[in-house]
Design a protein around this ligand. Structure first.
Ligand code: NAP
Length: 497
């Protein structure tokens, strides 16, 4: 049953150009810049959001001239965004791109960068798309060279620390040179359309909010499943694992948005204050409420896929590529409602979904034979962003009053007539940096609170010497993660593409 098609007018997204800017991308030759940042900027340019006087300044150690860097940017765009970009658009965009060879840890290149950006009357943004070990060096040099004025903004990538102590140290270092209003900590999950829609659905409709509490909600599930393994990132990933790489940031942010109180206004600090309260109200996780796994080798296909331990090159690795856990939020709204979260690599499908499972009706007028039914609201982040509400209706036909559950499906792309422009999370977030809107960026205290919750969980399994259990590639995780649900009389949603 599709409800929206006729009712919804066709819509064309409005593009509001941002103010002219200089965006310096430290790490401008790296993987993230080539795959996401530069192609994203090109798409914003094509959409008319990037003023023609803006400049993108790549900065890295590699010795390139401007023509060489433009060539690299063009290749990144054709490889990761559009294999055949319109030549006139591409040329015009590249004319706004330049490059400075610079060393974050040394002195070379800084005078040139200063000269390039000096006196420009425009928004100045510095994207730290480099290893976090360089964040402090970059911040210090930006200040030394007079580029850390009150209006300058820095964008920092994850991982933001690997525990509370390192996150605090990093916050402390950045705070020496920039104030909190200048620091944009990226969690690209927050840039996804549906994540923002989650707030619109919750706080823009009368329908959901009155039911959004422990009285009516049985439980909430958050699943972020990937089909890929660790790939070439094995060495990095093995030092991190699913808890640090996914739960502490992405899943925690989703949990905050689903559980937070309505902020008084949709402004950065009002929203982030409410998210912070959720993190601080999270219960510690009991050892038997957390399950960790490592994917096994996949045999049988033409190309044999290595196991997690083979992929990271450590036959004794204790790092998890899958995690499932149950937690509670100790506040009036949520007391007694469990939140289940799971994430993993090499799972059966690529899918990110938040599911709100409502309680059964207190009494069924249809008798026992009608069975038990409950509403399920599922919010899909990827693929095919959209929202589905499962409702109970009468089974059509002459068979008497038999009940079935059907989805009221709202695929955003379909509902909005297909004219809506798909904007990648990075594109949206970079435009927000230029606009000076921090709503979708993590504040320093949020990051620290998230680590303060995560640290004892990690220390717990380290102290107990726990080893993750193997799970089949292409499955939905470890057997005991299903047991976690079964014990509570519940089950995970199927991971569907
Ligand atoms: P990468 O491919 O290794 O690129 C690192 C960049 O840093 C290169 O451009 C490198 O260029 C530059 N660099 C290294 N040392 C430098 C120095 N001393 N001075 C100036 N530039 C230096 O890494 P990445 O994958 O792009 O990741 C960048 C950041 O984004 C990391 O913090 C990572 O955790 C984060 N991140 C990446 C992804 C992703 O999908 N790649 C996703 C989320 C977060 P030169 O060698 O030319 O100097």
């Amino acid at each position: 049953m599709t409800v929206v098609q006729e009712a919804m007018p066709r819509m064309v997204s409005r593009v509001i150009p941002v103010d002219p800017f200089d965006l310096v991308i430290f790490g401008g030759t790296g993987d993230l810049a080539r795959r996401k940042i530069l192609p994203g900027l090109f798409r914003r340019y094509c959409a008319g959001q990037m003023p023609p006087t803006s400049r993108i300044i790549g900065a890295a150690r590699t010795d390139l001239d401007v023509a060489g860097y433009r060539q690299m940017v063009a290749e990144a765009i054709t490889e990761f965004s559009d294999p055949t970009p319109p030549t006139d658009k591409l040329d015009a965009f590249l004319a706004q791109v330049c490059y400075v060879a610079i060393d974050a840890k040394g002195e070379s290149g800084w005078a040139e960068l200063q000269q390039l950006t000096e006196g420009a009357d425009r928004v100045e943004a510095y994207y730290f798309s480099v290893a976090p070990t360089l964040f402090g060096d970059l911040a210090e040099r930006l200040q030394l060279w007079g580029m850390a004025g009150d209006e300058a903004r820095i964008v920092v990538e994850k991982p933001f620390g690997r525990d509370l102590a390192t996150a605090k140290a990093l916050n402390g270092t950045l705070a020496k040179y920039f104030n909190e209003k200048q620091i944009y900590r990226i969690d690209h999950y927050l840039g996804k359309e549906t994540v923002q829609n989650l707030m619109a659905v919750r706080f823009g409709n009368m329908l959901f909010e009155p039911l959004w509490n422990a009285q009516y909600v049985d439980h909430i599930q958050i699943t972020v499943a990937e089909t890929v393994g660790v790939g070439g990132r094995g060495e990095y990933y093995d030092k991190s694992g699913a808890m640090r790489d996914m739960v502490q940031n992405h899943l925690m942010q989703l949990l905050c948005l689903i559980a937070m109180e309505p902020p008084a206004r949709f402004d950065p600090d009002a929203v982030r204050d409410e998210k912070l309260k959720v993190i601080r109200a999270l219960d510690p996780v009991l050892p038997h409420h957390i399950m960790r796994g490592q994917y096994a080798a996949e045999i049988g296909n033409e190309v044999q896929q290595p196991s997690y331990r083979e992929a990271v090159g450590d036959p004794r690795s204790k790092t998890e590529s899958f995690i499932a856990l149950k937690t509670h939020i100790s506040n009036w709204r949520w007391a007694g409602t469990p939140f289940y979260m799971r994430t993993g690599k090499r799972m059966s499908a690529r899918s990110s979904e938040i599911t709100v499972v409502f309680k059964e009706t207190p009494h069924s007028i249809f008798g026992e034979e009608a069975g038990k039914h409950r509403n399920v609201l599922s919010i899909r982040l990827q693929p095919n962003e959209g929202i589905t509400l499962g409702v109970t209706i009468k089974e059509p036909g002459p068979g008497g009053m038999r009940l079935i559950d059907v989805p009221l499906d709202m695929s955003f792309a379909e509902a909005l007539g297909g004219d809506i422009e798909q904007v990648d999370a990075y594109e949206r977030l970079i435009m927000d940096v230029i606009r000076g809107n921090q709503t979708l960026f993590m504040r320093g205290d949020e990051v620290e609170a998230a680590w303060a919750w995560t640290d004892p969980i990690i220390h717990g399994w380290e102290a107990r010497g726990e080893v993750p259990k193997p799970y089949d590639s292409g499955s939905d995780g470890t057997t005991d993660s299903h047991e976690l649900m079964r014990r509570d009389g519940r089950k995970w949603r199927e991971v569907k593409p």
